[in-house]
Structures are given as structure tokens and as C-alpha cells.
Write a protein that binds this ligand. Structure first.
Ligand SMILES: NC(=O)c1ccc[n+]([C@@H]2O[C@H](COP(=O)([O-])OP(=O)(O)OC[C@H]3O[C@@H](n4cnc5c(N)ncnc54)[C@H](OP(=O)(O)O)[C@@H]3O)[C@@H](O)[C@H]2O)c1
Length: 332
């Protein structure tokens, strides 16, 4: 598969694999063997970039995701780039489906997190270590200093930040250069295009999370789509999956379908190729629990959209009616 380059010379497959949904936010965790087989299938299909986090799991098994990612990738450790995240937990007493987020990036907490992640990931180094959310009580400069120490110790090779704006990026990068920012980015959530100039200026890559708007852009969902109401599937409360949203997004679905037939591709592939072809330093990390969908998503790397086509899509998106899209869980 072709590669894209994040910051600090970190080259990864043009499409990564987001592993979160195997443990968290999209229903009950996937059977462990199936999840491990799926991650290994991604490696066989040419994916070299895997995304997980310390906090992806369940109340009973809070680090489920890192554990299965570590198990699955152990035989391929030297061929893959593993990204994981620290500094965030969930408020499990929060009655909402999408529990409130609880940031905690005190240096001693990071120190203990990194040891836990290394153990679960069955490795002696983390390729890309992100602060999951900003902690209002710990300035990012202090976190960057801890990262600088961890990089010197060889426990972390590169670091990044998630859901951050220009000010935080600049302050962090001054203390310890960033390789990547992992923010929400899709055809429905383009607000972070405002940070593209600073990413370009500082040579930092963008890892796009929820790149298919939590699955909506695949075209696989429509009116009447329903999700587990047992509190394990966040899509049950996401605004883009309501019947009304399906009507509001009709133009977007039509655009995706037209481009898909033109390029002998699928809507999911077009939604990913659009960002890959926009900048050589943007890498989407779509998530799925199904082998066929995994192959489909990784196939987006071989779809070429010209700069004119990307610009025309942007223009169409600028003026298109769209529903609201999920913007993340509240922070405590
Ligand atoms: N940094 C952060 O704060 C943050 C936040 C959220 C996510 N992330 C990362 O980003 C990754 C991806 O984000 P995401 O999972 O939220 O959103 P996404 O990749 O936009 O969408 C995932 C959803 O789409 C469905 N899907 C995937 N491929 C499909 C296909 N080809 N056809 C039809 N449906 C398809 C999946 O369902 P099935 O599983 O049923 O296929 C899943 O429900 C996560 O795995 C995680 O690693 C990071």
C-alpha cells in the first residue's frame, strides 16, 4: 500500500486501522479471536498503522483494546507503527450513553500509563504516543517535557496530541516536536481545516479520526437504522443517524455515489481518498469490525483523486445542506 508521511519522518500506510470499535463505543466488544484475526488481516493487506488507546475498553476490562492490539501485532512488531494514547478516562457514573471524559495528565499518571501500555502492547517502545485530551490542570508544556524524557529513554519514539487547536500545538511543539495531531476530520466535520497551515508550517501530520463520520459516509445506513439501546453503542445518540438527518444528507450521499461510480469505488473509499489525496501528510484511521469492510476501507489508498477533483468536492461540500454530526463526548 502507498505511504503517507506524518511529521518527524514517520511514514505509515496511507490508510491506518482504528481499533477502538473492537472494544468501545460501537456495541459490545468483538470476540477476542475474531478481533485478533481482523487486525492480522489488516497487516496482511498492507496496513502498517494501528490506533488504540489506554482507555478503550469496558468497565470489566478497561484496557481490552490495547491488550488485543498487543496480542495481534506481537508477531509483526517490527513491521508496524502502533499509536496509543494516555491522559483520559471515562466517568462511568455518568448515566449518558457517551460517558463524560475525565482528563488526567499529571506527570506521575503518564509515567504509570506508559508502563501499562508497554506491557499490554507487548513491546519496549511506543511508536506514537498521544495525549488523548488536554487536562485543564496540567499545561501542555509540562506534558511535552515528560514526552521529551520518555523519548530520550527510548520508551516512546514520537508523540502527538488529540483534539487540539493551533495555540496548544505551537506551545507543545516548542518544547518537544510533534509528529502528529489526531483530530476529528471527515467530509462532515471540516472545522480543523483551519489548522492545516500550522501543520504544514511545522511539518506535523494529521491523523484523521472518525474519518467516515462514524460510518455514515459509507452509505450503509439509512432511515430506520437502529443501534443497540443497551448503552454500548454511541451511534444511538449521534445526530447524523436520525431519520431526519438521512433526509438532510441526501445531497452528500448523492455526491458520494456519483464519485464512487465514476472511480469504480465505494462511497466509503471516496470519503477516505478525498482526504488522502488532499495532503500527503493526512492519514485516516477508519474503524470496522468486519473483514470485508476492512478490505474495502484499505482499498481507498489506491484511489486517485486529482487536485481539481478534491477542490471540486470541497466546493460542493461548502455549499451543501448537511445534518449535524457527532462532535465528541462532554468533558468533566
Ligand atoms: N482521538 C480520539 O479522541 C478518537 C475518537 C474517536 C475515534 N478515534 C479513533 O479513530 C478510529 C476511527 O473512528 P470511528 O471508528 O469513530 O469512526 P469511523 O471510522 O468514521 O466509522 C466507524 C463506523 O463505520 C462502520 N464502518 C466502517 N467501515 C465500513 C464500511 N466499509 N461500510 C459500512 N460501514 C462501515 C463501522 O461499523 P462496523 O464495525 O460494524 O463495520 C463503525 O461503526 C477509531 O477506531 C479510533 O481508533 C479516536
Amino acid at each position: 500500500m502507498k505511504k503517507q508521511e506524518l511529521g518527524q519522518g514517520l511514514a505509515v500506510s496511507a490508510v491506518g486501522m482504528g481499533c477502538m470499535g473492537l472494544s468501545h463505543a460501537y456495541g459490545k466488544p468483538t470476540d477476542e479471536k475474531e478481533a485478533i484475526d481482523l487486525i492480522r488481516l489488516a497487516v496482511e493487506e498492507g496496513c502498517t498503522f494501528f490506533d488504540t488507546a489506554e482507555c478503550y475498553g469496558t468497565p470489566e476490562d478497561p484496557h481490552h483494546n490495547e491488550r488485543i492490539v498487543g496480542e495481534a501485532l506481537a508477531p509483526y512488531r517490527d513491521q508496524v507503527i502502533i499509536g496509543t494514547k494516555f491522559g483520559l478516562g471515562f466517568d462511568l457514573n455518568d448515566g449518558r450513553v457517551n460517558h463524560a471524559l475525565v482528563p488526567d495528565a499529571r506527570p506521575e499518571v503518564i509515567r504509570s500509563s506508559v508502563e501499562g501500555s508497554l506491557k499490554r502492547l507487548k513491546t519496549d517502545h511506543i511508536d506514537l504516543y498521544y495525549q488523548h485530551r488536554q487536562d485543564p490542570n496540567v499545561p501542555v508544556e509540562e506534558v511535552a517535557q515528560v514526552m521529551s524524557d520518555l523519548i530520550r529513554e527510548g520508551k516512546v519514539l514520537h508523540w502527538g496530541l488529540s483534539e487540539v487547536d493551533e495555540d496548544v500545538i505551537r506551545r507543545a511543539h516548542t518544547v518537544c516536536p510533534l509528529a502528529a495531531v489526531q483530530n476529528r476530520y471527515s467530509m462532515m466535520a471540516r472545522h480543523y481545516e483551519t489548522i492545516f497551515p500550522i501543520l504544514e508550517e511545522l511539518g506535523i501530520g494529521l491523523v484523521a479520526f472518525s474519518p467516515m463520520a462514524n460510518g455514515l459516509l459509507t452509505g450503509a445506513y439509512g432511515k430506520g437504522s437502529s443501534f443497540e439501546k443497551d448503552g454500548t453503542d454511541y451511534r444511538a445518540v449521534m445526530p447524523q443517524f436520525t431519520d431526519e438527518a438521512m433526509e438532510q444528507n441526501a445531497g452528500l450521499f448523492a455526491l458520494l455515489n456519483d464519485l464512487a461510480s465514476e472511480h469504480d469505488a465505494t462511497p466509503a473509499q471516496i470519503s477516505l481518498a478525498w482526504m488522502i489525496c488532499k495532503k500527503p501528510w493526512i492519514v485516516p484511521i477508519p474503524g470496522t469490525r468486519k473483514p470485508e469492510r476492512l478490505r474495502e476501507n484499505l482499498g481507498a489508498a489506491s484511489i486517485d483523486l486529482s487536485p481539481d477533483e478534491v477542490a471540486a468536492i470541497d466546493e460542493a461540500l461548502d455549499s451543501m445542506e448537511m445534518s449535524e454530526v457527532f462532535g465528541g463526548s462532554p468533558t468533566n
